[in-house]
Design a protein around this ligand. Structure first.
Ligand SMILES: [Zn+2]
Ligand SMILES: [Zn+2]
Length: 179
């Protein structure tokens, strides 16, 4: 069984940033989405006091098995994720706007924070929508579905047929337009 929380005590943290290194297992990441976490996540949490409370940065890397959105191959890549938050004491009262609107505030009841749900959240929020196995992945052949990189020069006999159909459609469209 993995941990269900990873608590960081904030009380003794001053204005000088403190770093915490945590290792989060695939089980603890508790991710069951489109891809697969295939190893431990190494996470560095940097916390420093600020006037409003604390500023916390979470930075992690974890091996993930993705499915390439172009060629549909599975590939494992070390995936990096990062985000920062402002931790504020007390309940949200509104009104008081942060200068940096991009940074979310988290309201704390005590001088401690469970970073595990944050790590999971940031990991998911950073996941790519269309992952690619390599920036120049050519994808798959639209006719047969083979990976183009492996079969760069293959041809299809029915390409002519496809072209004929194209010409036919073009003609049909033109004729339709005349009416
Ligand atoms: Zn690919
Ligand atoms: Zn093909």
């Amino acid at each position: 069984m993995g941990r269900s929380e990873i608590i960081i005590l904030l009380k003794d943290i001053g204005y000088r940033p403190r770093k915490f290194k945590v290792e989060v297992t695939a089980e603890e990441m508790d991710y069951s989405g489109e891809y697969e976490v295939v190893g431990n996540a190494e996470v560095v949490i940097t916390v420093a006091r600020i006037d409003l409370g604390y500023r916390m940065e979470i930075e992690g890397k974890v091996p993930v098995k993705f499915v390439c959105s172009r060629c549909l191959d599975e590939y494992v890549e070390t995936f990096h994720f990062r985000d920062e938050n402002v931790l504020r004491r007390g309940e949200y009262v509104g009104g008081e706007a942060l200068k940096d609107e991009d940074i979310d505030s988290i309201y704390l009841e005590r001088d401690e924070i469970d970073v595990l749900p944050l790590i999971r959240e940031i990991f998911i929020a950073n996941l790519p929508i269309n992952p690619v196995c390599s920036p120049d992945c050519k994808g798959i052949c639209p006719v047969c579905g083979l990976k183009i990189e492996d079969e760069a020069n293959h041809v299809h006999e029915d390409v002519m047929g496809t072209r004929k159909l194209g010409v036919f459609l073009e003609k049909a469209l033109k004729e339709g337009g005349k009416k």
